[in-house]
Design a protein around this ligand. Sequence first.
Ligand code: PLP
Length: 424
Amino acid sequence: MTDPISNTLLPDNSTVDDDGMLVIAGVRVDDLAAEYGTPLFVYDEQHIRSRCQQAVRAFGQGVAYAAKAFLCTAMARLAHEEGMHIDVATMGEAYVALQAGVPGENLVFHGNNKSEEELHYAVENRIGRIVIDSFDEMNRIERILDSTGGKVQALIRVTPGIQASTHDYVATGQDDSKFGFTVSTGWAEEAVERASSSNCINLLGIHAHIGSQVFSLDSFRRATEALAGLSNLFQLSELSVGGGLGVAYIEEEETLDIEEWGMTIRSVCSEAGVTARVTAEPGRAIVASAAVTLYTVGTIKELAGIRTYVAVDGGMHDNPRPALYGSGYETFVPSRVMDPRNSPITLVGKHCESGDVIVSNGYVPDGLAVGDILATPVTGAYGHSMGSNYNKVLRPAVVFVNEGSHRLVIRREELSDLVKTDVR
Ligand SMILES: Cc1ncc(COP(=O)(O)O)c(C=O)c1O
């Protein structure tokens, strides 16, 4: 590897100034690092908006943004402003979206084990759709509404028996899954029948999510065919194909286009004569490539003939995906974006774990030094949201940049945050 980082892995509004410095939406990233410190997530706001607009063009208003990819009040507000609903998977995600001013009716509540408290919360906040995942959950909903009265609007989560080619931990459409009502056992039909005849449930339709980082449109095609059959059988009014669209993290991968995905799904549905409103809930495809993470190099350890470890001030607390799934990323030096990347490195974090590797096969220009800012692109999804306080590290700040200005949307944690929940 010698090429500079490719444009396609950087946020849409990235340019390089005369000094060779990366500029995102008109703001030099070294200025951002100086003002907010590192590690720092830098999001190109217009990039996110443009992906939301693509999703709305592909599926219509009310297509949901899967908040688990990245959530804070600014993000929820942005998705809402762009006409998206918000898919939440816990009461906590619902709370953040509601705090952002998103109406409850625009939320889609997921989860394979929603607690009674969470279901009460959904009813109290008039959450627009509860995606029912099991008969136990249906029992809980009926019990709650028996005492409070009223009805919830719901979808049935279906497990269509599609093995999407992705990491086992993020494949969810195969029969052997903890999620949803299996089609092949007859549970999906039984669940639709039972929900349709329930006094407490207004059944709108069915939903499936076959997994994440799916690069084959054919997997989506097969899942949609399975859903279409069930939707037609019961003449349901809504059909959601979930999320999961694959995004490129490294030079060899190619991002799937949101609108092409929408066309594929809608053409399967129209061939099958589906009359239901067809919708989806992309997460990663909306935010992943909108962000880069900036780190500061702290130590460099050269093991001659073996590898060079470059340790930065972040790690598995701001990006656990490599440790969880073996996910690959690229590295680059934002002050030398156009320089050839000749030196192979292994980028590691500051945690007490050998598995705390952010990028196993990274490349940087020759001459990297302690104190340099180093960046990883495509970190907008499942980085901050899956992050932790492991080793009592302070969670990083997040900034949105837009047309030459920047705003802090999540402040960096401070030491006092670490004892906020302790009872002393
Ligand atoms: C039910 C559901 N919908 C949507 C998504 C979003 O997936 P992605 O971010 O890959 O688009 C997920 C991810 O786990 C999910 O579980």
